[in-house]
Design a protein around this ligand. Structure first.
Ligand SMILES: Nc1ncnc2c1ncn2[C@@H]1O[C@H](COP(=O)(O)OP(=O)(O)OP(=O)(O)O)[C@@H](O)[C@H]1O
Ligand SMILES: [Mg+2]
Length: 267
């Protein structure tokens, strides 16, 4: 296991995957993955289908258990707790507390269909964070204004376009005051003309230096402009990583080269 406390003055990463392995039956999806993400860092995750990109985000959201290794959030083990100097599996309370630092937006907008935009953003802060409803509504209104939907508070998901629904989903995740935001191909189910409005919201969030962001994307242009670092996944590991200008202009790994030329050919 790697040193988690670092030497004096060295900041703990916001997120650390330490030799994380996840398998489904005989299929190893994450293979002793190591990944550190610094506080406020914006990381783009790219790679072929099935390489484990979504799995990384799902493991961080504790949607499923990992088989081996440890994930740390702000230096605390996510799926484990320290008890008497030993790591034991985390209990529900510990999981809830650490999960509360993380917000996720999925490819398919999974809003509550029976709640309007405002209510979608108010329910979790009220029920989970025990925020007074009035305050939750004020904050949700601000967030919906921030994503350009100040005039759609009363609209139900079925009355919103895909891009608008995705922006509500972003506001809803932000309403929980996460320190880390995860985006999984949030524009790939959208009609091309709606992609820009969602990317603009993500751009705006990117300017918030405190927010750590991990984004799985097929939009190489956006990754290039937005990310501090690009990680190319292949077979459950990071095959190559670096600043976008290096990865896109001068990929060193043969797999990265093949992937990028295939993607660029397709667009
Ligand atoms: N619940 C599951 N049960 C069995 N296999 C799974 C499960 N979830 C994912 N897998 C498998 O794990 C592998 C990695 O899946 P993952 O969703 O992380 O890929 P991805 O890189 O996000 O791909 P894509 O670009 O297509 O979204 C795939 O082979 C997938 O079939
Ligand atoms: Mg995926």
């Amino acid at each position: 296991m790697r040193e988690t406390n670092g030497s004096a003055g060295e900041a703990m990463p916001m997120v650390r995957f330490d030799h994380v392995t996840k398998a489904y039956g005989s299929l190893t999806v994450l293979n002793a993955l190591n990944l550190d993400v610094a506080h406020g860092e914006k990381v783009a995750i790219i790679g072929p289908s099935g390489s484990g990109k979504t799995t990384v985000l799902r493991m961080l959201m504790t949607l499923e258990r990992i088989n081996d290794g440890v994930i740390y959030v702000e230096g605390e083990p996510l799926t484990h707790m320290e008890r008497g100097g030993k790591l034991v599996p985390a209990n529900q309370r510990h999981l809830r507390r650490l999960r509360g630092k993380i917000g996720m937006v999925f490819q398919h907008f999974n809003l509550f269909p029976h709640m309007n935009a405002l209510k979608n953003c108010v329910e979790a802060p009220v029920t989970v964070l025990k925020m007074p409803r009035r305050e939750a509504e004020e904050r949700a209104t601000e967030l919906l204004e921030m994503v350009g939907l100040g005039d759609k508070l009363g609209h139900y998901p079925s009355q919103l376009s895909g891009g608008q629904q995705q922006r509500v989903a972003i506001a809803r995740a932000l309403a929980m005051r996460p320190k880390i935001m995860l985006f999984d191909e949030v524009t790939s189910a959208l009609d091309p003309e709606l992609v820009g409005e969602v990317l603009n919201v993500i751009r705006k969030l990117g300017a918030e230096h405190d927010l750590t962001m991990l984004m799985v994307t097929h939009q190489m242009g956006f990754a290039k402009e937005f990310a501090d670092r690009v990680c190319f996944f292949y077979a459950g590991k990071i095959a190559e990583e670096g600043p976008p200008e290096e990865i896109f202009a001068n990929p060193k790994n043969e797999r990265t080269q093949q992937f990028l030329s295939a993607v660029l050919e397709a667009t």
